[in-house]
Design a protein around this ligand. Structure first.
Ligand SMILES: [Zn+2]
Ligand SMILES: [Zn+2]
Length: 282
């Protein structure tokens, strides 16, 4: 069985409103593409920062701009008006673990996708509030990668999340912000202990193929290290529009097959089981 658990029902722009996108008709568009591609199991994981309740966890200016909608209305819509699994994409905010747990535990999510988009107050994957600054000597790729993977390991170890999202997101910019030289396993190493100890599922995401990185998250060498610790895999596209559901899964499945992965995680009310991949994409 194929899954796509990291789905957004709308683009990231603020003018993509609930009224337009959180509708059964829009969900049907996602379902149709999924069906064409042989993906049976779909779940939605909207960005927490689009909801007012996120400000109970963190008051970053980017979140304050975005926190417009009601989280409980989103949960109600997904549960009552769709057949999608109910997830959320939650940032790891160091120091806010208790507040994060409170927000998550108050709702009956099927799974929580945990993401590292920020290193302290600075964004890894956005220009706005961006961490990348060539003018600052302490902001080279080396430092940013080290900080990113350390934080990723802490995110896993926090135990707050079921799935570790786009595990090497820091490469998102591709050649525009070159990765450090040499064998990158010295960075992956910084996260691997947290991944091993937590038993968190590792996301294999085709979103990286649509970005300047031009590569699946995580890189094969990192995925191999995760698999060696026994980490199970959650497969997703991080679609923000219907056409992106299951996008380029052929490449992801080829990678999984090459590394000997025959099962994917399926979640229900935050319990995990493994299902055989089976025949693959159409
Ligand atoms: Zn993300
Ligand atoms: Zn996402």
């Amino acid at each position: 069985m194929l899954t796509d658990y990291h789905l957004h029902l709308r683009p990231d722009e603020l003018n993509a409103t609930v009224a337009t996108y959180f509708t059964p008709a829009n969900v049907e568009r996602y379902r149709e593409v999924a069906e064409e591609r042989g993906i049976a199991e779909l779940g939605v994981s909207e960005h927490v920062h689009r909801f007012r309740q996120a400000l109970e966890v963190w008051r970053h200016p980017f979140w304050r701009e975005n926190a417009v909608d009601d989280l409980d209305e989103y949960c109600r819509f997904v549960r009552e008006e769709t057949d999608l699994k109910l997830g959320i994409e939650m940032d790891f905010v160091p120091g806010a673990e208790d507040r994060t747990a409170n927000l998550l535990e108050a709702r009956d999510f099927d799974y929580v996708v945990g993401s590292v988009h920020f290193l302290r107050d600075e964004a890894v994957d956005m220009e706005e509030y961006g961490v990348w600054d060539p003018a600052r000597p302490d902001r080279g790729a080396e430092q940013i990668w080290r900080s990113y993977f350390r934080t990723l390991g802490e995110a896993a170890r926090s135990g707050l999340f079921d799935i570790l999202a786009h595990p090497d997101l820091v490469k998102v910019w591709g050649p525009e912000r070159p990765q450090p030289e040499g064998d990158l396993r010295r960075y992956y190493e910084l996260a691997i202990e947290g991944i091993a100890e937590s038993g968190i599922a590792v996301e294999v995401s085709t979103a990286g193929l649509r970005k300047r990185a031009g590569e699946i998250y995580p890189a094969p060498a990192f995925l191999e290290m995760c698999l060696e610790t026994g980490a199970p895999v959650a497969l997703s596209s991080d679609a923000h529009r219907p056409q992106e559901v299951g996008a380029e899964y052929e490449q992801a499945l080829e990678l999984l097959e090459r590394l000997g992965v025959g099962e994917l995680c399926v979640f229900e009310r935050r319990a995990r089981r493994l299902e055989p991949i089976g025949a693959g994409v159409r």
